[in-house]
Structure formats: C-alpha cells, structure tokens
Design a protein around this ligand. Structure first.
Ligand code: ZN
Length: 447
C-alpha cells in the first residue's frame, strides 16, 4: 500500500504540472505550445536512464517519445499514447481556476483532468516504475506524449505517421478513452473503445437576393431560407443501423430484455431513445446507432438594414463505421428535400470511421489485469462517437484501443459532460488505478 501511495502522489503531481502548463490548442498552428508538457514529462522521467526523441510538426508543437527496447524482435510492440494538448475553456462556467490544478478532497480540477492528461501522466508513472525496476520485456514498449490531438493530430500523431512512420511503428496501441465504470446488476462494466465514428464536415451555402431591409415583403432573404435548412437538418434522422459493437455493449449492460430488444432494433431504437429519462444514455444510444447531423455554425448577413444574400451553415456529421462520404451526401440531400437545389454544398473535411477487433491478445491481457485491480468488473467493447489519434493506427490495420481505469467516485454520467465541458476533474484514486493498470499490463502483455 505504501507503494500504491507513492504511485498516487507521483501521478497527482505530474498531472497538476501538465494542467498548469495550459497547452491550449485552439486549432491554430501557433497555439498548443506542447513543448512545455514535453519538457515536464522528460524532466519527470530523467532518472530512468531512458533516451528521448522529440518531434515537432511545427514550431513548439513537440511530441515526446521514449522506448524500452524488447529482447525478442518477434514479440509485439505496444505503444502507450497520450496527448499533451487540451481544448480552450470558458472560465465563467467553472467553479475553479481551469488551469490552477487545485487539489481538494482528493479531486484535481482543471482542463485536461480527464481529456487526457490523466492518462498521459499515469502512463508516464508506469513507464518510470518499469524502467527503474530494470524491466526488460520480450516485446518493445513505446511511450508517446503527442501534440495536437485536439485538432486532428495534424502536427502530432498525423505528422508522425507521415514523416516518422518507422519511429511510431507498433503492433498494438492504447490511448484514450474508456474504463469509466458503468454500474450494472452484475457488476461494473469497463468500456474499451474499439472503434470510432467518421467525421464529415459539410458547408451548406444558401443564396438570396440583396435588398433594402425596410422593404422585406416578397424578398428572397437568405437567412430565412437558412433557418428552414437548419430546421430540416435538426429534424432529420437517417435510418438507424445496429453495429455489432453496439449490440454486444447493450447485451453486457444487463437491461430488461424488452429494453435491450428495442435498443437493438433499427425500427424502434429512435423512439426508445426519445422516451428515455437518462438524457446522457439517450444521446449515446442515438449516436451509436445513427449517422448524426448537427448544424453548429451559421454565418450570414452584412448589415442590419440589408436583406442578406448569403448564409453559410457548417454541419458536423458523424458517420457510423462503413458509411461512405457519398452516402453522407445522399443523407444530407434527403434532409434538405426540395431545398437541395437552392443551396451549394462544400465538403471541407472528411475522414472515415475506424474499428479494431476486440478479440486480440492485448484485449485479453487488459481483461486479466483489470479484473485483478477492480474485482467483479469486466471489460466490454464500445464504439466511441468522437474521434482520437487511435484512428491513424486502425486505418492501417493496427489494433488500437481507448482505455484507462477510473474509480466509481465520479459517476459515469458526469464524465460525458466533462469532456470539453466545464469543471473537468478527476479523483486521485483513479490516477492510482490507471498507473498500476498500465504497469501490470506492460508486464503481462510484453512479458
Ligand atoms: Zn483527448
């Protein structure tokens, strides 16, 4: 236990340092400044004797990598991958300083506490313990603290994949996110993210005819047309699709048989989600069974006394794995109906979804070590509805999972609101559990 206490203290202090470094990534190439967190992690690992490689996809956008070389070239290489950047905050919504890393009653508050500086820190703690113990595994262990995950990894994992593929080559990858216990009648489920939805952004451009705002009668006002476009997109629901990983996740939840049947029936799942009292679960259910459409930005008009002739609507579309961009375009056309011919559509960004098999030696190893650390728990594969750097590896056929261990202290329904939300926080027991889990996993899996 004394040893466990040291793990918790180390992970807590490293996490607080990473939060305070405030590597805020707003999407601009000049933001992030991840060199600060790369320096902090290298400092923390200095007494391990490990060597470090630094890769900068752009000035200041430093990713830090280190490795423990395996004894056996035929044994698998495992990559533990964290990211060091965080998304911006709106401090007015927070109860604490978002970059103060306050520790109060065993809870650490701050941007990145769960996305995902907690995991980046606990992976480093495990690596330090392994290295200092003289761990010489069969397979190679790589640790990567990547920049720029929050803006699609362009200057982080994506840059490494394109320019340093050999350095980042691995047979298995673990990164965020999962492992928040979901209570069920038969014990806690620990979700393992095995796949992600695709990202398809579309810009709908609505045209009108300019005129004087004092004579609006029978004008062609682009804002008015755009309002109807937004309404149709919000109301649109493509047909549900039940992917295997959703079906198995549902089965593991141990819900009443009729509920499970409804939520795995493409004809009934939408209505069932509409009726649910638990809004967080309704959103998850909907997102795991549908390609979703969310109109999130609108720009238009030039002056209050001018009838506008142009409005742009940016729509965030998240496609189920296997749904192609042309199928997405077909759905958007269906949503717009007779307004399709009144608008232009641009496609500024498109990435397919990704999925890994959950039947791998790494998943089996994770199940063994977590069952020992959290008695009575079991791992269950899950689809992530947002995207992470794991996709770069899955696209190449490398199994990549999102995981981490969390105590039951903060309920699973709270976690969904903390990612990119206000009052992001984590409890120190979760840090202890994760650090011990990474260490046990490396010993179990790499041998
Ligand atoms: Zn993240």
């Amino acid at each position: 236990m004394a040893d466990d206490g040291a793990v918790q203290v180390e992970a807590t202090e490293l996490l607080r340092t990473l939060i305070r470094n405030a590597c805020v990534n707003d999407g601009a190439v000049g933001s992030g400044h991840e060199h600060r967190n790369a320096d902090a992690i290298e400092d923390y690992l200095r007494d391990t004797g490990l060597g470090f490689e630094r890769y900068a996809g752009a000035p200041g956008r430093v990713s830090l990598m280190t490795r423990i070389e395996g004894r056996d070239r035929s044994a698998p290489t495992l990559l533990l991958m964290g990211h060091t950047d965080v998304v911006p905050v709106n401090p007015s919504g927070w109860q604490r300083d978002p970059f103060g890393a306050e520790l109060d009653n065993g809870i650490i508050w701050g941007r990145g506490a769960v996305d995902m500086l907690n995991i980046t820190a606990t992976m480093a703690v495990a690596l330090r313990r392994l290295a200092r113990s003289g761990f010489r595994p069969r397979g190679t262990l790589i640790y990567l603290a990547a920049a720029d995950e929050e803006a699609f990894g362009t200057y982080g994992a994506g840059y490494l994949m394109t320019h340093h593929a050999e350095a980042i080559r691995a047979d298995y990858v673990i990164t965020e996110s999962g492992g928040v216990p979901v209570p069920t009648p038969s014990g806690a489920l620990l979700p393992l993210s095995v796949g992600e939805k695709g990202v398809n952004w579309r810009r709908v451009i609505v045209r009108g005819t300019p005129g004087h705002g004092s004579r609006p009668f029978r004008t062609d006002n682009a804002v008015v047309t755009a309002a109807e476009v937004v309404r149709r997109i919000a109301a649109y629901q493509p047909k549900a699709s039940i992917v295997d990983v959703w079906r198995s996740y549902l089965a593991a939840l141990g819900l009443p048989a009729e509920t499970t049947a409804e939520l795995s029936d493409p004809d009934r799942v939408l209505e069932a989600a509409r009726r649910m009292d638990n809004v967080a679960f309704a959103r998850l259910t909907h997102a795991c069974t549908h390609t979703t459409f969310s109109a999130n930005m609108v720009r238009g008009g030039v002056k209050v006394n001018v009838v506008p002739d142009r409005v742009e609507i940016d729509v965030d579309i998240r496609s189920l794995p296997g749904v192609t961009p042309s199928e997405v375009d077909g759905m958007l056309a269906e949503a717009l109906g007779d307004l399709r011919d009144r608008v232009e559509i641009e496609a500024p960004f498109a990435e397919p979804g990704s999925i890994s098999s959950s039947d791998t030696p790494l998943a089996a190893s994770l199940a063994r070590v977590t069952a020992a650390l959290v008695p009575g728990s079991r791992i269950v594969p899950r689809l992530m509805v947002a995207s992470t750097d794991a996709r770069y590896f899955r696209w190449k056929g490398v199994p990549a999972y999102g995981f981490g261990l969390h105590s039951p202290r903060i309920p699973d329904t709270e976690y969904a609101t903390m990612f990119h939300g206000n009052n992001e926080r984590v409890d120190v027991d979760s840090l202890r559990l994760s650090a011990l889990m990474w260490e046990a996993l490396c010993r179990d899996f790499l041998g």
